[in-house]
Design a protein around this ligand. Sequence first.
Ligand SMILES: [Zn+2]
Length: 474
Amino acid sequence: MSIKVRIPTPLQKITANLGEVSAAGASVKDLLADLEKQYPGIKERLYDEKGGLRRFINFYVNNEDIRFLNGEATPVKAGDELSIVPAIAGGAPIEAHGGTLINRVVDSQKRSQWLSQAASLPKIVLGSREKSDLDMIACGALSPLEGFMGEKDYLGVVNNMHLANGAPWTIPITLAVSKEEAEKFAIGKPILLTDETGKELAVLLLEEKYLAQKELECQKVYKTTEEAHPGVAVVKKQGDVYLGGKVEVLNRVSYSDFLPQRLDPSALRALFVEKKWKRIVAFQTRNPIHRAHEYLTKVALEICDGLLIHPLVGDTKGDDIPADVRMKCYEVLLKDYYPMDRTVLAVNPASMRYAGPREAIFHALIRKNYGCTHFIVGRDHAGVGNYYGTFDAHFIFNEFTPEEIGITPLFFDHTFFCKKCEGMASNKTCPHAAEDRVTLSGTKVRELLTQGTLPPVEFSRPEVAKILIESMKK
Ligand SMILES: [Zn+2]
């Protein structure tokens, strides 16, 4: 078998015409093995250590998306065209926040250098939130951040919702350690960051150590210092000293769930380019999608080319519905009720902060980095309890210019099925009374599902409700 491939430098999009494939039925894996033989340098860019395809590279055969398949199930035919879309894709409809999509993953030479010194470096084992933050810094999801925040950025964000360089930013991204632990680290000396198994994730180039101002941080970011607030609880529990500095990433975090949907900003950007979408709207969620949210995603899609359903799968509070159950709900819903040529399901690896309005800005900026041009902001976005007003997450956008935010927010009021309108509507569009509208409180929905009763079809698609009922039996 032979493949004709043009390898541009630096690695851009590779397209291989498989016209000369002698063994029709060869798998994509075979083709890539052949590619390695022809281009020895390419191997480590395509595979991770375990031989799995790196998740920030997308493969297409005849424009059909086959990323993450190991190839066995996807035989190719003579004449097929294989495309490889690598990590850094240009041409997306929107720039990353700050102008450049950050990539903090080091090249193989630098990686080997760091790994050879790893044993002698002081070490920090990251918790799940820090791991998620690190991995999002690595791939540019938190552009323009190149590491954990130093004090200037931290105070700028806490007090004025801007980074020291002037870019809007609303949530501190910090690495906390105890005072005693901080003593072990010297400014200018690198620190190895590992996961709980000891796997080397990154090196923190320590630039500063500073005291967290927890009361100020909680009051400004979460609008409360009560530990009943899940975001505040995390801040208060963590260490008192923050370590600031750029990171050099050696290994991406190894996740075992939602692998097909773990698409980096570069991969989603490449996908949007491939699909020729100019206006892409992102929907953030940490709940199953019922009719109300289905409606607003579809209203948004009416004025955009593509829709990114981008559920958050990082840490959430204990009583939120687990991500694996939600993913099943999204999959059945998308399969039966969404246009698949205009909808992409991918996951947002961020941890929830429950910072309401501030997190709405944060969520919007993350989606800008993922290549989206529009962002849905519903009522009570990222809220918890009664800490924020229903529309605070809309109002906060007024504190910035549209240019500095870049991504366009789409604001939605409360949506529901109205029997008199005979369709989905919102407070904005429906003139009828509360009794004409099918609305259920969260408590009522949980009660129905726990009893094994399907909520009204005007509230929830039965396919979705059935998954939730099943999950509650466990
Ligand atoms: Zn109505």
